[in-house]
Each structure stands twice: as structure tokens, then as C-alpha cells.
Design a protein around this ligand. Structure first.
Ligand code: FES
Length: 150
């Protein structure tokens, strides 16, 4: 066990954890931020996507020791009232079906738009291909991203 300082959603938090603990479990179990989801645990599905210093990463494979003194943003910290332009577009297009993968989808979409404010269909397909949705909401995800980019 060791102590780590991490900045989560704008606040410095101190956690005591095994250095190998994936940040996913630190967020969910230590910091009571359950918006980030566990899907596969092996960096294949994207359900656990958060931002590390503003870029999308898979939190299930990222040990807490690797993110000490760095900035993590989760879905809970994306906006004050769930009103980030991407979240608004998600609601407008009624994207979610079961909803389980959607926090990860949104965090990836925000990261995409930060790096490519006007993405093409191909940009969206390429960037979002690592986020799996078992309900198959891909068409609505793409429409929401294109809308948020307007
Ligand atoms: Fe991390 Fe699937 S739970 S990528």
C-alpha cells in the first residue's frame, strides 16, 4: 500500500492503494465515482474511458501509481450540470439504449472533438472504434458527435 495524490475532476484527492490498482477501481471504490464503468478489464471495450490530462485513456489498465499528480476527468466532472455540448447532443439524439457504455463513449467523443473539432465520418469511425456498444447505438453516436461539432 502507498499514498497517492491525484487530481480528479479539479480536486486533489489522496488515496491509499496498492500501486498496481487500476485507476478505474480507485475512482469507483475509493472516490465514490461510479460513472466510469467496468466492461472487459483488458483495454478492449472502452467502457472505462476517462481523460488523463485531457486525453482519453482506458482506466482499467492504468495503475494508480502511473497517474500520481496528474489530472483525471471522469464523466461526473465533464460539466457542472450534465450540459457539456456533447452530453446535450447525446440527449438530443436519444443515443443511449441500455446506457452502460455511454460514459465511456462520451468521454471518447469529447477527446475526439478536442483534437478534431470538425471530424469527418471516417475520423469518427476510426477514433470511436475502440468503444464497443452491445446495443448497437453507433449511428446515433455518430449523429450526436456531428451535431456537437456544429
Ligand atoms: Fe477498460 Fe473494457 S473495461 S476497456
Amino acid at each position: 500500500m502507498a499514498n497517492f495524490n491525484i487530481k480528479v475532476n479539479g480536486k486533489v484527492r489522496q488515496v491509499e492503494a496498492d500501486p498496481a490498482t487500476p485507476i478505474l477501481w480507485v475512482l469507483r471504490d475509493h472516490l465514490d465515482l461510479p460513472g466510469t464503468k467496468y466492461g472487459c478489464g483488458v483495454a478492449q471495450c472502452g467502457a472505462c474511458t476517462v481523460h488523463l490530462n485531457g486525453n482519453a485513456v482506458r482506466s482499467c489498465q492504468l495503475p494508480v501509481s502511473a497517474v500520481a499528480n496528474q489530472e483525471i476527468t471522469t464523466i461526473e466532472g465533464l460539466s457542472a450540470k450534465g450540459d457539456h455540448p456533447v452530453q446535450k447532443a447525446w440527449l438530443e439524439h436519444d443515443v443511449a439504449q441500455c446506457g452502460y457504455c455511454q460514459a465511456g463513449q462520451i468521454m471518447s467523443a469529447v477527446s475526439l472533438l478536442k483534437n478534431k473539432p470538425k471530424p469527418t465520418d471516417e475520423d469518427i469511425n476510426a477514433f470511436m472504434s475502440g468503444n464497443i456498444c452491445r446495443c448497437g447505438t453507433y449511428t446515433r453516436i455518430k449523429a450526436a458527435i456531428l451535431d456537437a461539432a456544429k
